[in-house]
Design a protein around this ligand. Structure first.
Ligand SMILES: NC(=O)c1ccc[n+]([C@@H]2O[C@H](COP(=O)([O-])OP(=O)(O)OC[C@H]3O[C@@H](n4cnc5c(N)ncnc54)[C@H](O)[C@@H]3O)[C@@H](O)[C@H]2O)c1
Ligand SMILES: O=C(O)C[C@H](O)C(=O)O
Length: 320
């Protein structure tokens, strides 16, 4: 049976890391596309040359021609610009919207059957725009953010509790911005919800609140340290988790920016929610019960994303 084809649109920091992870995990043949000449070709060749020592096989091609993504099973989109210290993700909207138009049209023409995972920021508005420009079915286009934000939350919690990260679960929902919603009641250590762990004396409410805020600021913390770009190891690992669930029909329950139509009182809108990802793409949106405070935080986050989508429509009237 032929190996799956994985097209990576954008061969920068995340694109290169995605290619390496896909190679090491032998998820399929990789095509790295970028408008920059030489970068995708150089990274693809470098990864191919690591195969003998890394003990993996596969085909790795770098390209500046969309025709090379033809027939891709998965497209992961990182094309665009990352933020610098002092900027918010939302400051990238105008420049990255133009990139989404070019990428959406490229995918529409050459890989219309692919499962598309958008990573470019500001994430929720960009995945919405990418879906509009590509015209692909909504269940085949989603965004990566919740897996990353939840992984950050899990890491901070594991450090606080001095337990394995594997035994910590977490759900961070809403938009991938300052208003994201880390849900403490739905986050656990070995099945024990965080509020119970506070009652058990494992931590204090103040410490938990600080961890929630550090999670919300997780992207900015890395930007402040790197100074020249944003996080790429954890974002790439998160998107690969989603791609693997699709390619292997694992039906993982993962938070991602999905098209929500009916659930959560939303009427056809992209925002971070728990989903089931399998061979059908986003196969299900999982609607969890929220209490009044959680709902208020989620609504605020949805409103922030709505503002960004309106800004996209103003910049590009073809989206209105
Ligand atoms: N969703 C998330 O959780 C998350 C996490 C980290 C980063 N990001 C976002 O991902 C994006 C990429 O981050 P990065 O660190 O890989 O940036 P990067 O600058 O290293 O790479 C971006 C690449 O996109 C390419 N590019 C620009 N315009 C293009 C076009 N029209 N077509 C194809 N390629 C094009 C550039 O040449 C560059 O190689 C940024 O917008 C960043 O904010 C999102
Ligand atoms: O923070 C950023 O700008 C990149 C990304 O959204 C992240 O959360 O790491």
């Amino acid at each position: 049976m032929a190996r799956p084809k994985i097209a990576l649109i954008g061969a920068g920091q995340i694109g290169g890391t995605l290619a390496h992870l896909a190679a090491v995990k032998e998820l399929g043949d990789v095509v790295l596309f970028d408008i920059a000449e030489g970068a995708p070709q150089g990274k693809a060749l470098d990864i191919a040359e690591s195969g003998p020592s890394g003990k993996f096989d596969g085909s790795f091609k770098g390209t500046n021609d969309y025709a090379d993504i033809a027939g891709a099973d998965v497209c992961i989109v990182t094309a665009g610009v990352p933020r610098k210290p002092g900027m918010s993700r939302d400051d990238l909207l105008g420049i990255n919207l133009k990139v989404m138009k070019a990428v959406g049209e490229g995918i529409k023409e050459h890989a219309p059957d692919a499962f598309v995972i958008c990573i470019t920021n500001p994430l929720d508005a960009m995945v919405w725009a990418l879906r509009e420009f590509s015209g692909l079915p909504h269940n085949k286009v989603c965004g990566m953010a919740g897996v990353l934000d939840s992984a950050r939350f899990r890491h901070f919690l594991a450090e606080e509790f001095k337990v394995s990260m594997r035994d910590v679960t977490a759900f961070v929902l809403g938009g991938h911005g300052d208003t994201m919603v880390p849900l403490t009641r739905y986050s656990t250590v070995a099945g024990i919800p965080l509020p119970d762990l506070v009652d058990m004396g494992w931590t204090t409410q103040d410490k938990l609140d600080a961890i929630v805020q550090r999670t919300r600021d997780g992207g900015a913390e890395i930007v402040g340290l790197l100074k020249t770009g944003s996080a790429f190891y954890a974002p790439a690992t998160s998107a690969i988790e989603m791609a693997e669930s699709f390619l292997k029909d694992q039906k993982r329950v993962l938070p991602c920016a999905a098209h929500v139509d009916g659930a959560y009182g939303l009427d056809g809108f992209y925002v971070g929610v728990p989903t089931v990802i399998g061979a059908g793409g986003v196969e299900r949106v999982v609607e969890i019960k929220m209490n009044k405070d959680e709902q208020a935080m989620f609504d605020k986050s949805v409103d922030a994303v709505k503002g960004l989508v309106s800004a996209c429509k103003e910049i590009d009237p073809s989206l209105a």
